[in-house]
Design a protein around this ligand. Structure first.
Ligand SMILES: *Cc1c(COP(=O)(O)O)cnc(C)c1O
Length: 359
């Protein structure tokens, strides 16, 4: 049985090494005689897994001690509401840059919590570029500025984040966390569901600057208050133990490759293979994203007719490629090439794209 050429948008491919390691430890984790799923989250072995996962993430993203790392549940979608519940201050605004469907959803949730508005939007050009914020000084009285660092559905990505902000920058990094080095110090809060670049679904990573924890109010339900999780090493209630364990294995794998710098190089190589094929196809394949906003993680493109698109997807499927359909809201094709997608699989796809076009 060979592994699928997995280009799913999420959940998606995990590193084969990680799956093999999990298989090896499946019945007997580290001499415990148990699967990680079977042990108490208060046991020493599990506390170690939890601790190691936090430490590895701290190392890989160079996160200083000014930040707490939390492992939560509810996905990025819960963070759309939980973040403003904690950070949006009375009489101030949450500012949002709209760069795709996920940022629209984040704004909509924040508006249920308090005062929030869009300060830049790429909607008029069908989210082909990351929009510019015209006047940064107008943000002064806000509680935070929210961006979506990678737009999974449209295939665009921020390549330079707003600088010299007077308010905390909050980023939804669900689909590009750890695809490249970042300067965590320029953010107040980062959140990401794990199921694209970090592991399986079920665990959501939140990286929050400690001083921002002072904004949370005692009236918040305990589970929705960041302080609860920060004060309990994310062990306040039963965590998603299997997901955190697999997250730890993925982080060990990333570390063994050379960390964020090494991953960025491979990711650039992978993305370049597909963008190159799009660019030299003379319009046979049309990239959705403008060149300066192209994503390293999600390559979106269309073919010139529905018949061609259908033929392309059907043949691809036949050859063992999965997940190449564009998101149901935009159509076309999308190849998600997250960290765990091997270079050889992307080479195979680029080769197929070329052969299909030539024919
Ligand atoms: C997938 C995704 C989400 C939604 O994540 P859930 O874990 O399903 O809630 C949010 N934001 C971005 C950028 C995503 O790619």
């Amino acid at each position: 049985m060979t592994r699928a050429y997995n280009f799913n948008a999420g959940p998606t491919a995990l590193p084969e090494e990680v799956l093999k390691r999990a298989e090896k430890e499946w019945l007997n984790y580290n001499g415990t005689g148990m699967n990680v799923m079977e042990m108490s989250h208060r046991s020493k072995p599990y506390e170690e897994i939890n601790h190691q996962a936090q430490n590895l993430l701290r190392k890989l993203l160079n996160i200083s001690n000014d930040y707490e790392i939390l492992f939560l549940q509810g996905g990025a979608s819960l963070q759309f509401a939980m973040m403003p519940m904690n950070l949006l201050e009375e009489g101030k605004k949450g500012y949002y840059v709209l760069s795709g469907s996920w940022s629209e959803k984040a704004l909509k949730e924040a508006q249920k919590i308090g005062d929030a508005e869009s300060v830049a939007s790429g909607k008029d050009n069908n989210y082909t570029t990351i929009p510019d914020i015209k006047d940064l000084s107008s943000l002064e009285n806000g509680s935070y500025l929210h961006i979506t660092s990678n737009n999974t559905i449209y295939g665009t990505q921020w390549h330079e984040t707003p600088k010299n902000l007077s308010i905390p920058l909050v980023a939804d990094m669900s689909s590009d966390i750890l695809c490249r080095p970042i300067d965590v110090n320029s953010y107040g809060l980062i959140y990401a569901g794990a199921q694209k670049n970090l592991g399986p679904s079920g665990v959501t990573v939140v990286i929050i600057k400690k001083d921002l924890l002072a904004r949370s109010k005692d009236s918040l339900p305990s589970m929705l208050d960041y302080r609860t999780h920060a004060n309990n090493q994310s062990l306040y209630n039963t965590p998603p133990t299997l997901a955190v364990y697999l997250l730890k294995l993925v982080l060990e794998w990333a570390d063994s490759l050379g960390g964020a710098e090494a991953l960025e190089k491979i990711n650039q190589q992978k993305a370049e293979l597909l963008y190159h094929e799009i660019d030299q196809s003379n319009g046979f394949y049309n990239g959705h994203a403008n060149k300066n906003s192209r994503s390293l993680m999600n390559v979106t493109f269309t073919l010139n007719s529905k018949e061609l698109t259908d033929a392309f997807l059907a043949e691809a499927k036949e050859l063992g490629f999965t997940g190449l359909n564009g998101h149901r809201s935009v159509g076309g094709c999308r190849a998600s090439i997250y960290n765990a997608v091997p270079l050889e699989h992307v080479e195979k796809l680029a080769q197929f794209m070329k052969e299909f076009r030539t024919r």
